[in-house]
Design a protein around this ligand. Structure first.
Ligand SMILES: Cc1ncc(COP(=O)(O)O)c(C=O)c1O
Length: 411
């Protein structure tokens, strides 16, 4: 099997991949949980603290100006990376979860009323379910689930039926973190908009796996996390259309988000600062910018092609074993980068533990998608998820190690 030469070279960029686990080379196949960090990202964070550390927007001295420049350059980089026309549409958060909570609280509080509905899909991560449940419980709103097909796809004609007059938002993931399904964001958004329904896209998994195009997709909100795109933890992005931001209440109160504070009340700064209360994560933004530049060096399309090759390779091997159950779309054009399975009669956690003995890191469990697992009729799955540094030999080692699991637990 061919491994893209540039991408194979990428392994050297990641210090952690030189580690051994239990005497074996690390095969890191849990990229849907978090990606590893290239040296350039680590260096950008260290360089910020060694050379530029300062709070932003609060000083007129050189360091303060440098820190502010670094922070705002990160906003520009994030906007460019997702195809946003205006960096004023980029709000920095702690991650996808906080971005979605921000919309649920700051936009939801102003726009939902009792009797309204929110459409979610059955493949959502808990962070695109629970924030809506919290607001639904206080505002008497109903959550409606767009069902998935048995192989984990969404049927667009069913959406038309779900879009009744009481629907005020459609929130869905661009790529499933369990099934790997790619949802047609542009088409879905068009259908929702034709009924006047705004759309929030959870791009946590998509952002490292395919080009993101908020302007082309025309989505109203989009969320992603830095740590899933080879950047640091503690930094996330919320993209919001300018007109949506205008109709939003503040999310949190504090320094940086005000225009004027009086004893009993305050007025607010313009967006995006209005939604960034307190000292922002400047070093993390420096790291995120380095991560986006790192991806651009290889090209997101190349990374997508490489991950699809790895997905095809895994699905082919999986289909050769009758004791392996595979989840997600059969057609490779509808999925990317994530492959979940079960080995008959062996619990997913036991499988993952045996793999760890060989230095292979995979995730086992419900992957924060209990609604989806209930739909699949299993409590847990084993998930391998790829990054640009993985190669087919790691996948082959995983399948070889499954024999060991069979030996221990079945024979
Ligand atoms: C599809 C999806 N949405 C949201 C999240 C939450 O991301 P974070 O924990 O970085 O906020 C994840 C994380 O696994 C995810 O896979």
């Amino acid at each position: 099997m061919h491994n893209h030469p540039l991408i194979s070279k990428a392994r050297d960029d990641f210090p952690i991949l030189k580690r051994e686990i239990n005497g074996c080379p690390l095969a890191y196949l849990d990229n849907a949980a978090t990606t590893q960090k290239p040296k350039s990202v680590i260096d950008a964070i260290v360089s910020f603290y060694e050379n530029h550390n300062c709070n932003v927007s609060r000083g007129v001295y050189t360091l303060a100006e440098e820190a502010t420049e670094i922070y705002e350059a990160g906003r520009e980089a994030a906007a460019n990376f997702i195809g946003a026309d205006d960096s004023g549409s980029i709000i920095f958060t702690r991650g996808t979860t906080e971005s979605i909570n921000l919309v649920a609280s700051a936009w939801g509080r102003k726009n939902f009323k009792a009797g309204d509905r929110i459409i979610l899909t059955e493949m959502e991560h808990h962070s695109n379910i629970v924030p809506w449940q919290l607001i639904a419980q206080t505002s008497s709103i109903e959550l409606v689930y767009w069902p998935i097909s048995p192989e984990g796809r969404l049927d667009l004609s069913e959406l038309e039926e779900l879009l009744t007059d009481s629907v005020k938002l459609l929130a869905f993931t661009a790529v499933s973190n369990v099934l790997g399904s790619i949802n047609p964001v542009g088409e879905i958004t068009k259908i929702a908009h034709s009924r006047g329904v705004p759309v929030l896209v959870d791009a946590a998994q998509a952002v490292s796996r395919m080009p993101i195009d908020v302007a082309g997709w025309n989505c109203d909100f989009l969320a992603f996390s830095g740590h899933k795109v080879y950047g640091p933890t503690g930094i996330g992005v919320l993209y919001a259309k300018k007109e949506r931001l205008e109709g939003m209440a503040p999310f949190q109160g504090g320094g940086g988000m005000i225009r004027q504070v009086e004893r009993q009340s305050s007025t607010w700064a313009e967006a995006p600062q209005k939604f960034e209360a307190g000292t922002p994560p400047v070093a993390e933004v420096a790291g995120l910018k380095a991560a986006l530049e790192y991806i651009e060096q290889y090209g997101i399309q190349e990374i997508q092609r490489h991950e699809q090759e790895l997905t095809v390779h895994s699905l082919k091997i999986l289909s050769e074993f009758p004791d392996l159950e595979i989840y997600g779309p059969k057609d490779i054009h509808n999925r990317t980068g994530v492959v979940s399975f079960n080995l008959n009669n062996i619990h997913a956690h036991d499988v993952a533990q045996v793999l760890d003995e060989r230095g292979i890191a995979v995730r086992a469990g419900h992957h924060c998608t209990q609604v989806l697992h209930e739909r699949l009729g299993v409590p847990a799955t084993v998930r391998m998820s790829f990054g640009l540094y993985n190669d087919t030999s790691e996948i082959d080692s995983l399948f070889k190690a499954l024999d060991r699991a069979r030996e221990i637990f079945l024979y």
